[in-house]
Design a protein around this ligand. Structure first.
Ligand code: 5GP
Ligand code: ZN
Length: 114
């Protein structure tokens, strides 16, 4: 998708502060962090939202969660706790139409989310 911000990051056309990359998954620091650790984990493939995940995307979705755990350990938030969040659609506040998993940690969080 030529007009997609996160496809632009995946293609290297838009700069990002990468913390993980492989053939299917990328992770980079959020430009406007909402917690001391705020990393976005995305599939390289353009998937718009949770609603667009297909059966054969199962491998990459599993990999994203595995990477989330690996990064939580690397970033020092594995023991203190963290969240993995996916906003989908307008009511949830999704602002970028390329599936992304927020890894958030390093501070106490409230529940339920706002
Ligand atoms: P959403 O609101 O869709 O769940 O999350 C989108 C996230 O992307 C936001 O947390 C926002 O700060 C982040 N973001 C928006 N533009 C950029 C950008 O150009 N680079 C990076 N690294 N993050 C971005
Ligand atoms: Zn995209």
């Amino acid at each position: 998708m030529s007009d997609c911000l996160f496809c632009g990051i995946a293609d290297g056309k838009i700069k990002a502060n990468f913390v993980y990359q492989d053939e299917a998954v990328l992770a980079f620091k959020d430009i406007a962090p909402k917690a001391p650790v705020h990393i976005l984990i995305i599939p390289r493939k353009h998937v718009v939202s949770v609603l667009d995940i297909e059966a054969n995307d199962g491998g990459v979705i599993g990999r994203i969660f595995q990477v989330a755990g690996q990064l939580a350990r690397e970033q020092g938030i594995a023991d203190s706790g963290f969240r993995v969040v996916v906003n989908s659609g307008a009511d949830a506040g999704q602002s970028v139409s390329h599936l992304h998993y927020h890894l958030l940690g390093g501070r106490r969080m409230t529940w339920p989310p706002g």
